[in-house]
Write a protein that binds this ligand. Structure first.
Ligand SMILES: Nc1ncnc2c1ncn2[C@@H]1O[C@H](COP(=O)(O)OP(=O)(O)OP(=O)(O)O)[C@@H](O)[C@H]1O
Ligand SMILES: O=P(O)(O)OC[C@H]1O[C@H](OP(=O)(O)OP(=O)(O)O)[C@H](O)[C@@H]1O
Ligand SMILES: O=C(O)c1cccnc1
Length: 494
């Protein structure tokens, strides 16, 4: 295998992108001599975002880039050496700082490919290696994967609502900072947007860049016709006029007048954009005016706080919109601005022999109780590639011949597995710290998203009260987990 060189393409090599507690724990492990004890962590979320039925996995390319460059620079070490505890003494002793200076990433990492549809409790990333390293990478992995998975999922929903219409991502100005904007543009393209207005995302990732013009363009001329004419002179074959600065339908008439002059010079008006008012009514009226005037191919672009539910509603209202410009609500994931992905310890190598101690974090709610083991996700499919059910199982234990999956939240819900067609979702990405996966291109991951979403039943894809896709624990894993919970939870007398 010959993995693509990443080095800094996605994530700058900033190993201090972490929470202080990762370093204090690391110091503690080092002092106790536990730094090299082998550990396994899983990164997963507990509920798909937006009250939806699925999520689209994203961010692995960034995570792989960041992991590949993990290491503490002289500047990092100097900064850490200056950190003081409450008594004014150095937080970390010199021996530990020397250890950090020489630290190289040596873990195994398995992950689900970007663009795959994923569900609650499924490890998107599994990290196995020295405890100190596997713990240190938690924060960065969560930062990168939570946000991009969230935005890719949001965009997949917007793409679902838009059907085969064009979707343009316009969010940079409303994004959470430069990087929020850049990684949102990448995740949005992966999730199904056709292009972005974000020029840096175009340069960095090869995403097509597209756009129209602002109201200020119209306002800086004497009148609308003059503004449109001037824009058409600059872009005779690529003009999309924003028609709502003063009065939308008057604006459409002015656009048509300029389009006629353009046609005389051998050019066609590409489109108009509506950015306010009743987009259903105005798009129908605009379409009628353009068609009557002989411009049936001039596209209608709409923008203004759009999201998947507004797009669905506008389509139901018979809107005649060809292109949806979506900004704020996409890049900020407005209705659920964070994915609550977590990173939990699931196994520790015995101190004295080669076996494993599987670990569980217990919670009052079963939904928050973690799953022990070294997990793999097996997706059972029909012959035609429709996803039927997913099984989480512990690769450290043998699988029985007859498989049964059990709902982790309700052990009375069990399903025998009949399907013999399956694929294992977690794939090797790093072995002993070396990137061994040839990461797919952004384009390939984008195509995967649409294939993956098509593999889901419409009942899981719908926005309102989607059906829950079956994800179960393999029977042996379920029994093991139940017993482990019983063993760890104090049995208080009633
Ligand atoms: N037909 C429609 N049905 C439902 N929502 C619509 C419809 N048309 C537009 N909207 C949405 O309604 C919201 C408010 O739009 P509206 O144009 O009234 O407000 P605005 O942004 O303040 O406009 P203006 O710039 O004219 O003040 C926007 O999110 C817009 O996308
Ligand atoms: O509504 P969103 O989904 O966030 O899409 C992006 C918005 O950004 C622009 O507005 P803005 O008022 O910033 O600038 P403008 O003068 O170009 O309209 C554009 O006109 C959209 O309304
Ligand atoms: O090109 C556009 O029309 C555009 C770009 C950014 C934000 N709103 C609109």
């Amino acid at each position: 295998m010959n993995p693509a060189p990443l080095s800094g393409l996605y994530a700058p090599s900033l190993s201090l992108v972490t929470d202080l507690y990762q370093l204090t724990m690391a110091y503690g492990y080092w002092k106790k001599g536990l730094q090299d004890r082998e550990a396994v962590f899983h990164l997963y979320f507990r509920k798909p975002p937006f009250s939806g039925g699925y999520a689209v996995c994203a961010g692995l390319a960034y995570a792989a880039d960041w992991l590949q460059n993990l290491g503490f620079s002289e500047d990092d070490i100097t900064y850490l050496a200056g950190l003081k505890g409450s008594k004014g003494t150095p937080m970390f002793e010199q021996g530990f700082l020397d250890y950090l200076r020489d630290l190289k990433f040596t873990c195994d990492v398995d992950a689900i490919a970007e663009g795959t549809v994923v569900f609650a409790n499924e490890p998107l990333v599994r990290v196995q290696g020295p405890l100190i390293q596997a713990q240190l990478v938690e924060t960065a992995l969560l930062t990168l994967i939570n946000f991009q998975t969230l935005i890719a999922t949001k965009t997949a929903r917007i793409r679902e609502a838009a059907g085969s219409d064009q979707v343009l991502e316009f969010g940079l100005r409303r994004a959470q900072g430069f990087d929020g904007g850049l990684s949102a543009s990448r995740a949005a393209y992966l999730g199904g947007a056709d292009a972005t207005s974000n020029v840096l995302a175009g340069q960095r990732f090869g995403i097509p860049v597209k756009g129209t013009h602002a109201h200020s363009w119209v306002m800086s001329f004497e009148d609308e016709e003059e503004a449109f004419t001037a824009y058409a002179e600059a872009f005779p074959d690529d003009s999309v006029f924003l028609v709502d600065t003063y009065d939308t339908l008057e604006g459409v008439r002015h656009a048509i007048a300029v389009a006629r002059q353009m046609r005389e010079r051998g050019h066609e008006l590409a489109g108009i954009r509506l950015d306010s008012g009743d987009l259903a009514y105005l798009s129908r009226e605009a379409r009628a005016l353009l068609d009557e005037a002989g411009f049936p191919k001039t596209r209608i672009v709409a923008s203004n706080d759009l999201d998947e539910s507004l797009i669905t509603s506008l389509k139901l209202q018979g809107a005649r919109i060809d292109t949806w410009g979506v900004g704020t609500k996409l890049v900020t994931a407005y209705d659920q601005p964070a994915l609550g992905g977590v990173y939990k310890l699931a196994a520790l190598r015995h101190a004295d022999d080669n076996g494993w101690d599987f670990t569980v974090k217990i919670s009052e709610q079963l939904a928050k109780t973690s799953i022990p083991g070294i997990l793999q996700v097996r997706r059972f499919e029909t012959e035609k590639g429709q996803a039927r059910a997913d099984m989480l199982y512990n690769i450290a234990e043998p699988l029985p011949e007859n498989l049964t999956i059990i709902d982790p939240l309700d052990p009375t819900r069990r399903r025998p597995v009949r399907s013999t067609t399956f694929r294992e979702l977690l794939e090797p990405v790093f072995r002993q710290g070396k990137l061994i996966m040839t990461l797919p291109s952004l384009q390939e991951s984008r195509e995967r998203v649409q294939r993956e979403i098509n593999s889901l039943d419409p009942s899981i894809r719908r926005f309102l009260n989607p059906h829950t896709y079956p994800v179960g624990l393999e029977e042996g894993l379920n029994t093991f987990r139940t017993n482990l919970i019983l063993e760890k939870r104090p049995q208080r007398p009633a």
